[in-house]
Design a protein around this ligand. Structure first.
Ligand SMILES: [Zn+2]
Ligand SMILES: [Zn+2]
Length: 490
C-alpha cells in the first residue's frame, strides 16, 4: 500500500507552492497502521508504537504538524523520491507557534502545533511519522511547505549597519533578501522597553550549512506563521541563525510590534533558530551570541534600556526583566534551558559594548607571524585591509599566528575575518593558545567572508602571552586564508 501511495504521488502534478494541509482523522491513522479503526481516535498503549509514510501533495521542503491529542514521543523523517531520509527529528511542540504567542491575532484553531522540520537535499515527497504510546490522537494535519523560489541571490548582502549616533545597528539581512511574502496587515508600533528571546524549536535549522538554507528556513517560518496561525506576517522581529546572521522579521521597520510571546507590545522578539533543550542539546554558537549582543546593544542604546534592569512591560502588564526569555512571561520551555542559561552572558555582553569597556583589539595579516609557505593575495573584494595571505592544504605544515597585546585580563570573544571563495578550505582549523592551552575550532572559509566571525570566548591574561592563529591542515586541494583577527572584551 505504501509503494502504491508513493507511486501515485510521483505522478502528482506540481501544485500551488503555498503551504498545503493534509488532514487525517484518528481512525484514518488507525486504518493506515493496521490498527483498530472503530474508535474515533487513534489510541496506542504505553510502549506501543506505530509509523506511517504519508505523501506530500507536491514536492516540499518543510513540514509542520498540527494535532489534537498527545503522545509519549513522536518523530518525523522527511523522505525524498527514493525514500531516503535525511535525519530523524523529534516532533516538537512549539510554544511560539501556539495561538497565545500572537496575542491579538486570531489563530487558525486550537490544535497543538509543532516546530518546522526542513530538508536540505532532494525535494521531499513523503514523511515517515512515528508515534510512541501512550498516545491518543483525535486528528492530525501535515502542513507541507514548498521550496521557496528566487531567494538565493548569488552574493547576499546584509543591509549596512551603523547609525548617525549611538551604538551602531549590526548588519541585517532584509526581507527582500530572504524572499518575504508581503504582510497581510498594517504595522503597529509600541515603545520598545524589552528584549524577548525565543528559539524556533526547529532542530533541523541548526544543521543548516549555508546562508541560502537559513534564508529558506526563515521564509518557511513565515509561511507557517501566516498559514498555520493566520497571523498577518512572521511573528519575530529578528531571527538569528546558527552562523550568526541576523534576518529581519516582521515588516514595518524599527520598533514594529511583533507576535512572539502573547503580549508583544513593548518587546523586540528575537528567535534563535534551533532547539536548545533536551533531547537535542544544541547550544548557542559564539556567532549567535555575538549577533545577539550586537543587536541588543544597538536597541538598548537607542531606547535607553538597562540590560540588567527590570521595568514595566506594557503588553504584559507587569514588571519584567528588560532582557527575558519567553518562559518568563508564558508557560513554555522556550527558549530552551541551554539558551535561557545564556541570558546573563547576553546582558553582560550588551553592557560591555555600551560601557565602552568592550575593548577591541584588531590585527591585520601584516601583524601576523608565519611559518611554512604563504602567498599574498589582493583579488578578493571582501578582504580586510589591503591584502591577505593564503596557503595550500595538503602540503607541508604552514602556520600563521598573531600575538595580541591584551590591555587587561578578562573574557574576550575572538573573531576571524576572511575573504570567502569556492576554493577555500571548508574545515579550516583556527584557534587560540591561552595559558599554554590550545583551543581549536573548525570554520568554513567558503562562506561568511567579508565579516567578523566569532569563534569562541576565552579568559585571557593581560599582556602578550597568548596567541591567535590558524594552520593549513585539513583536506587537500584547498587554500586557507589568514586575513585579520579581532578580540572584543566581554
Ligand atoms: Zn518563544
Ligand atoms: Zn545561517
Amino acid at each position: 500500500m505504501l509503494c502504491f501511495a508513493l507511486a501515485l504521488l510521483l505522478t502528482h502534478p506540481l501544485q500551488d507552492p503555498s503551504p498545503q494541509r493534509e488532514s487525517y482523522s484518528g481512525s484514518d491513522l488507525a486504518t493506515l497502521a493496521g490498527l483498530d479503526a472503530s474508535a474515533a481516535a487513534l489510541t496506542l498503549s504505553g510502549g506501543q508504537s506505530a509509523h506511517w509514510i504519508l505523501p506530500a501533495p507536491a514536492p516540499a521542503r518543510s513540514l509542520g504538524v498540527w494535532w489534537h491529542g498527545g503522545f509519549a514521543a513522536a518523530s518525523v523523517e522527511l523522505l525524498d523520491a527514493a525514500g531516503a531520509a535525511e535525519a530523524v527529528y523529534p516532533l516538537a511542540e512549539s510554544a511560539d507557534m501556539s495561538a497565545a504567542s500572537a496575542g491579538t491575532d486570531r489563530p487558525a484553531g486550537d490544535a497543538r502545533v509543532s516546530a518546522l522540520t526542513h530538508a536540505y537535499g532532494a525535494p521531499v515527497r513523503a514523511v515517515r511519522l512515528r508515534i510512541t504510546g501512550p498516545a491518543r490522537i483525535a486528528d492530525l494535519s501535515l502542513i507541507w511547505i514548498a521550496p521557496p523560489g528566487g531567494i538565493a541571490p548569488a552574493a547576499p548582502q546584509p543591509m549596512p549597519g551603523g547609525a548617525a549616533r549611538g551604538y551602531p545597528k549590526p548588519s541585517v539581512y532584509s526581507r527582500a533578501q530572504w524572499g518575504a511574502d508581503a504582510p497581510q496587515c498594517g504595522s503597529g508600533y509600541c515603545n520598545t522597553t524589552h528584549l524577548g528571546f525565543h528559539h524556533s524549536a526547529g532542530a533541523s535549522e541548526y544543521n543548516s550549512s549555508s546562508w541560502a538554507q537559513c534564508a529558506a528556513n526563515v521564509r518557511a517560518i513565515q509561511d507557517y506563521h501566516m498559514f498555520t496561525n493566520g497571523w498577518c506576517d512572521i511573528g519575530y522581529n529578528y531571527l538569528v541563525c546558527v552562523h550568526g546572521d541576523i534576518f529581519e522579521g516582521r515588516a514595518g521597520g524599527d520598533n514594529v510590534r511583533g507576535a512572539h510571546d502573547g503580549w508583544n507590545c513593548g518587546s523586540m522578539g528575537t528567535c534563535w533558530m534551533g532547539y536548545f533543550h533536551t533531547p537535542y542539546h544544541q547550544t548557542l554558537t559564539p556567532a549567535m551570541l555575538d549577533a545577539s549582543c550586537e543587536l541588543g546593544a544597538w536597541k538598548c542604546d537607542q531606547q535607553g534600556i538597562d540590560p540588567w534592569g527590570s521595568s514595566w512591560y506594557a503588553g504584559y502588564g507587569g514588571s519584567m526583566t528588560n532582557v527575558y526569555g519567553h518562559r518568563n512571561v508564558s508557560a513554555t520551555a522556550c527558549p530552551g534551558d541551554l539558551a535561557y542559561s545564556q541570558l546573563d552572558t547576553i546582558r553582560a555582553g550588551i553592557e560591555a559594548r555600551l560601557s565602552g569597556g568592550g575593548t577591541e583589539v584588531i590585527l591585520d595579516n601584516s601583524a601576523a607571524a608565519f611559518t611554512g609557505s604563504w602567498s599574498t593575495g589582493t583579488s578578493s573584494g571582501d578582504k580586510y585591509g589591503p591584502d591577505y595571505r593564503w596557503s595550500s592544504t595538503g602540503t607541508s605544515r604552514a602556520k600563521a599566528w598573531w600575538t595580541p597585546d591584551i590591555p587587561q585580563a578578562g573574557s574576550y570573544t575572538v573573531h576571524f575575518w576572511w575573504p570567502q571563495g569556492a576554493n577555500r578550505n571548508p574545515q579550516t582549523r583556527v584557534g587560540v593558545r591561552v595559558n599554554g592551552v590550545i583551543h581549536a575550532v573548525t570554520v568554513n572559509q567558503q562562506q561568511n567572508g567579508g565579516r567578523w566571525n566569532a569563534i569562541g570566548t576565552w579568559t585571557f591574561p593581560a599582556g602578550t602571552g597568548s596567541l591567535v592563529g590558524l594552520d593549513n591542515s585539513g583536506p587537500g586541494g584547498y587554500v586557507v586564508v589568514a586575513d585579520a583577527i579581532r578580540l572584543v572584551q566581554n
